[in-house]
Design a protein around this ligand. Sequence first.
Ligand SMILES: [Fe+2]
Ligand SMILES: [Fe+2]
Length: 409
Amino acid sequence: MKDPNHLSTLDRLRGQVDAYREAAGLVTEVENPSVLLGLLPSAARGFLVKRGKQGVPSLMTSGHETYFDWNYTADMPEMRDLYRRAKQNQWDAEVALDWSTDVDPENFEVPILPYEFFATERMRDVGIDIRRGSREDMQLRHDISSWMLSQFLHGEQGALHAAAQVTESVRWMDGKFYGATQVMDEARHVEVFHGYLSRKLNKLYDVNDNLFTIIDALMHDSRWDMKFLGMQIMIEGLALGAFGLFYKVTREPLLKELLKYVIQDEARHVHYGVIALREHYQKALSPRELAERQDWAFEVALLMRNRFMAHEVYEERFQGAISRKQWNDLVLSAPGMTEFRQTMFERLVPNLRFIGLLDDRMEHHYAQAGLLRYVGGKNASQLTGDEMLAELDARPLAGVSDGPQIALH
Ligand SMILES: [Fe+2]
Ligand SMILES: [Fe+2]
């Protein structure tokens, strides 16, 4: 393994070329030209300028409208009910979680992630020998879990801003009430993930360029439903899948408890997202506008599946020792990442169907990408957080879990 401080000039140059190649890869990966055009300015800021990695705040201009309703009419009973439940289920992260828990992310007896999540012994094929349970294995698991939790944190900040903007823009009074609770929820999620990373893992990674690109595009988009679709359905859908998997496989009790709370909040958020967008997409959009959302959702789903490769971990640990392509292959075939993609699409695809973005026109695209098999699952309006957790607890995970799970209930 290479110390990143001792990279040769050639290695650094290679790293730079790889980053440009990855940005250029967007052009070939996104097949729909208008979706691609919409993403390019954000991709330039993400991949080339690396605005999320400069160590300074980013300013993102958003031209959305604030919608005032002077009648205060109760107009959406399902949203009002979510608002009621959200108020009743607020929790204080300082009180609800036991922050005195001693967390050692490199203790193989209480691993954050099981060995099978990445299965380091597969790296022998590319000339790197990391034995199961060795110090290097545990350090890598520490890095990968910190990387993933850091991306959760950055995604939560995106959700915080998007929830605030959408609360201003939606036309349902009950939607504004509910949205306000979500803003509070997202602030708490930023608080707990940042707290866990800084107090327990002592490691925080920069925002991944792909995640930055999607968040940047959503923040700049003035249409509230695009922010909603991107954050509430796509990114939160992905996050919910990832939270569920982490919740299921981690042996570390504080993280497990933290995720249990966050999952219950997120289940409400996605529920709100699907009822708001279903209503909006059925009643307020022209066929052309609807088709634009359908294409966007499909392309972004594939980007999220194909491009979350922990490159920041690669650059820190393995750049110069193995190629980026070798690293990508290792990540793509890792049992944990395979399970992660599966869990993510199980949640996402039924929601896209429910809100009208996976219709007859789109079906063959999803079939070609191997995603149509998820279409019959429950959408977010049919699944509460408790039901989601019960389902996760009952479900066996092939290949990702080593040893008995800790029980919290
Ligand atoms: Fe959240
Ligand atoms: Fe959320």
